[in-house]
Design a protein around this ligand. Structure first.
Ligand code: SF4
Length: 921
């Protein structure tokens, strides 16, 4: 734990602007004015010193390389129709013209010499890696009758769409509900599910939206969010807040870039973060720093008193007294012991939080929430601080994502499906947020069942998920997976086990709508296939986007329209009507009509803004790429509500409140009580499975933190970017010098890291930037491909040989990353060789008993490499992995309800089924 620098790292940080106002965002110094985007002229740098003009058409789109949805502008060379560069879009309200390294790297992805350009069909056995080119007609012609048959035979849980990177708001919900299947699976339970539960219990919204730019105190739990997720839009605003005088506290076991820019870096034992947060709450309550009036009005304290303290006087005064008593034991001294931090710092930060009253911005998304058993309580305890300081939805505070994200309604909404798939939402985890996606191989093995048609969408479960060898076993088993279609812009480890590999577009090759809670405002962004837009602007007719994209790369939007139409060509299944044009009755909708309708009807203010610019709404969005729906979105819960609207009356005034059963902030959760988790109904500390007390120090056990990421890499899609791989190409194991001395290793030495089900071999990076007793290894690296067949791009992947003996799997590299022949001369210049090690394969699944979130942190034993070990080795036993699953599953003890209800009806659920599906028959 340390107090960071006194001198500001950012010039001007800690000062106010001379006028006394906060610092204004500096506009970009130069960017082509919008009116010149149709024909922008620059001199060709390569022709210097001659002045040779190059003419470009600039077309905006939305980045697809993380969830933040920043704006991009593609420069299309009018001479050859090729994209020459990709920059930020200054008209985008979230990113404001700025991007991280991954945005401009879209250019590499588009021009990657090994990208998949045509639909491919498997030949030979699954997993052999042999494919041949096919046509989109053949693909649709195979899939449509197969899916139709499943629907006609009422096998409505056998069609599954499993999404990795979503990148679209609501489109697939509509498609799946038109088909009437319960088949939406996601990656959420290896990502953010725990934090979502913690937030949802408080306020109904399952993700927060901090107003960093206007905060007085910013508390970040690990740097994960700001270095990897929403990196750019949040990073901009955190620095703005810092320049306006905000203090930053970062809780992270590792000295991240963000921690290094913070006023406090606190590195508690992994898994003790909730105790630290309750220590802050204790100090705030003991010193009376909480906002009493806010608590009286907006917290459901009456519910707590009625259920837990029926003998107490039902008054706010007794609530205050009992609240203080509830958290009395979390003294800074106790916290210091439990978390391994300094008691004085706990007091200091707690007082700073209290002093930030009304302007406390905080966020946890993955990190401590996703690493630990009970991690969902980290979010619950963090939000407790937001509530105590009356910072909910305020300027500089923390809002619900729903007040800062704008989702536009489409022209038609099919009815909800009437079935419930227990492969998605098994009964053991009724409160999970969301699908128990990473357990799929174990659920199929344990409970039987089959998936007839399985779509993976920008998803690489073999590599991303824990226990990837169990995924291979499942994917190659045709009795379990009838047909696997990998919809993907890039080769990946999982597509090897597909029957069809279907190339889908990158950021510049597809339509999508995106909006994210980047700040206290709401906007909508329009991703578009820029080459198609350019062709159409030049007067060419394009029927399908694949006709304008490189090769025959398609986009999912049109693929689903074409497939749905073919499934129900005669309309007898009731599907076709949901894909008929709102402008040309009875005819198939075009993608242009789909978005035209939304922009004309569902985006407040857009038609007027477009008219003022002399454009139709669709033309306006094609030109600008984004539209700001609302500025300064604050205090949504205080909006007045009529007697007919959902709301809550406080001091005689009826207001919208929060989407919880009480319409208040639920400090005490009646839902937890009702569903058998009464001991966790309040913000509470659950000691993690990797707390020091749970480790056998004598056996050399340590904690592996595998969740941190490098801000220059995308989950599994940066393998096709030469720039990003040149920036980041190893993931050594961070280790404190104390541990390195004990084990007897130095930086660069080979280590064997043993988990419960296997081990991996990687190099050490010895640094004081990590807590003793903990090792950390970044994800996004350690990519591989089977030797001799197509697979993950060579910029990032090493060829491997896989051996299986019974349940024992061994993966060994057959060569290092090396220069290669291709149409891109840079491929001969690859200088890096390591590429990192695939650690996730060696992790057992560890579903949290309540949230269902995979608990990523691992108990490991770290030692010197053993004779015969080589860099990149991975070994894992899938039988041991299944045993680990069974043990964790046994911890999920939700009682079956007499009324058959599967899940609280007020909870969000992806692609929500009809009410009758919520009850078991
Ligand atoms: S923060 Fe995300 S969306 Fe924005 S440029 Fe980077 S990768 Fe793209």
């Amino acid at each position: 734990m340390s107090r960071a620098q006194d001198a500001p790292l950012v010039p001007g940080a800690g000062e106010r602007a001379p006028s006394g106002e906060t610092w204004q965002v500096t506009p970009l110094h130069s960017f082509p004015p919008l009116e010149k985007w149709d024909d922008w002229v620059e001199y060709d740098a390569r022709s210097w010193p001659r002045k040779v003009e190059k003419h470009y058409r600039l077309v905006p789109t939305i980045c697809f390389n993380c969830e933040a949805a920043c704006g991009l502008v593609a420069y299309i060379d009018k001479a050859d129709g090729r994209i020459r560069k990709v920059e930020g879009n200054p008209h985008h309200p979230g990113s404001r013209g700025r991007n991280c390294a991954k945005g401009p790297a879209t250019l590499n992805q588009v021009h990657d010499p090994n990208r998949i350009l045509y639909p491919l069909k498997r030949v030979g056995e699954r997993g052999e890696g042999r494919f041949e080119r096919t046509t989109w007609d053949e693909v649709i012609g195979t899939l449509a009758p197969r899916i139709r048959k499943a629907l006609v035979e009422d096998r409505r849980t056998e069609v599954m769409y499993h999404v990795g990177r979503p990148g679209h708001d609501g489109y697939m919900d509509r498609v799946l509900q038109a088909w009437g299947v319960d088949g939406h699976n996601s990656h959420t339970n290896v990502c953010s599910a725990a934090a979502r539960l913690g937030y949802a219990l408080w306020s109904g919204g399952d993700r927060p939206s901090p107003d960093h730019a206007n905060a007085k105190l910013i508390l970040l739990i690990s740097s994960h969010l700001e270095t990897g997720h929403y990196f750019n839009p949040h990073a901009q605003r955190i620095i703005e807040g810092k320049m306006a005088g905000a203090k930053i506290a970062t809780i992270d076991v590792r000295l991240s870039n963000t921690a290094s820019m913070s006023d406090w870096w606190i590195a508690p034992h992994p898994g003790s973060e909730a105790a630290l947060l309750l220590g802050f709450a204790h100090v705030i309550l003991e010193e009376g720093l909480e906002d009493h009036e806010y608590l009286r009005r907006w917290v459901n304290w009456e519910d707590w008193l009625a259920v837990r303290h029926p003998d107490a006087e039902p008054s706010f005064a007794s609530f205050r007294e009992l609240l203080r008593a509830e958290y009395q034991s979390y003294t800074p001294e106790w916290v210091a012991q439990e978390c391994g931090v300094d008691a004085a710092t706990v007091r200091e930060v707690a007082r700073a939080i209290g002093a930030a009253r009304g302007a406390f911005a905080s966020h946890v998304w993955r990190s401590a929430a996703s690493g630990n058993r009970g991690g969902w309580q980290v979010a619950r305890c963090l939000q407790f601080l937001v509530v105590l300081t009356a910072s909910v939805g305020t300027e500089g505070g923390t809002a619900l994502a729903s007040s800062n994200k704008f989702v536009a309604a489409p022209f038609d909404k099919p009815p909800p499906q009437k079935v419930w798939s227990e492969l998605l939402y098994p009964p053991e985890w009724p409160l999970s947020h969301h699908e128990l996606s990473f357990l799929l191989p174990h659920l199929l093995r344990e409970r039987g069942g089959r998936i007839d048609t399985y779509f993976t969408r920008v998803y690489n479960p073999v590599w991303t998920n824990p226990d990837g060898a169990s995924w291979i076993e499942m994917l190659r088993d045709e009795a379990k997976i009838g047909l696997h279609c990998a919809l993907t812009p890039t080769w990946n480890e999982s597509s090897l086990w597909a029957d069809y590999v279907l190339p889908m577009g990158l950021a510049t090759e597809r339509h999508d709508l995106m909006s994210q809670e980047t700040h206290a405002g709401r906007w909508i962004g329009f991703r578009q296939p820029v080459l198609r837009v350019a062709k159409e602007a030049d007067g060419e007719h394009v029927e399908w986007t694949w006709q304008a994209n490189p090769g025959e790369v398609w986009e999912e939007d049109e693929f689903w329209i074409a497939l749905s139409w073919a499934i129900d060509a005669d309309g007898s299944l009731g599907i076709r009507k949901h894909f008929e044009s709102p402008y040309r009755p009875g005819e198939r909708i075009t993608i242009e009509e789909y978005y035209r309708w939304i922009f004309e009807n569902s985006v407040p203010g857009l038609p007027a803004a477009a008219a003022a610019a002399g454009r139709t709404p669709l033309e306006y969005m094609r030109e600008h790429g984004a539209f700001e729906v609302q500025k300064d979105a604050y205090r949504a819960h205080e909006k007045s509500a009529s007697a007919e609207e959902a709301g809550v009356e406080i001091d005689g005034v009826r207001m919208a409140g929060f989407p919880t059963p009480s319409r208040k902030l639920e400090f005490f959760s009646p839902t937890m009580q009702e569903w058998g988790y009464g001991d966790q109904a309040l913000p509470n500390y659950i000691r993690s499975h990797v707390h020091p007390a749970e480790l056998d120090a004598g056996a050399g056990e340590m904690v592996l933190v595998p969740t941190f990421r490098l801000p220059t890499l995308i989950h599994t899609r940066s393998a096709n970017s030469k720039w990003l791989n040149e920036l980041s190409n190893t993931n050594p194991v961070w280790m404190n010098p104390d541990d390195a001395a004990r084990i007897g290793v130095a930086s660069g030495d080979l280590l064997r890291v043993a988990t419960r089900i296997g081990h991996f071999v990687n190099r050490a990076r010895v640094t004081e930037g990590i807590r003793p007793g903990v090792v950390a290894c970044s994800h996004h690296l350690g990519r591989w491909r089977l030797d001799g067949v197509p697979g993950t791009d060579r910029w990032a992947s090493a060829p491997v040989r896989i051996e299986q003996t019974g349940s024992l799997w061994k993966i060994r590299r057959t060569a290092s990353i090396a220069p290669f022949e291709s149409a891109d001369p840079d491929s001969k210049r690859v200088w890096w060789t390591q590429g990192g090690v695939h650690q996730n394969l060696t992790f057992p699944v560890q579903p949290d008993p309540i949230s269902g979130m995979h608990c990523w942190h691992q108990k490991v034993v770290v030692g010197k490499a053993q004779p015969g070990d080589e860099y990149g080795d991975v070994q894992v036993d899938t039988e041991a992995a299944h045993q680990a699953y069974l043990e964790w599953r046994a911890l999920a003890t939700a009682p079956q309800r007499a009324d058959g209800l599967r899940r609280p009806e007020w909870f969000a659920r992806a692609v929500r089924p009809a009410p009758e599906a919520y009850r078991r028959g």
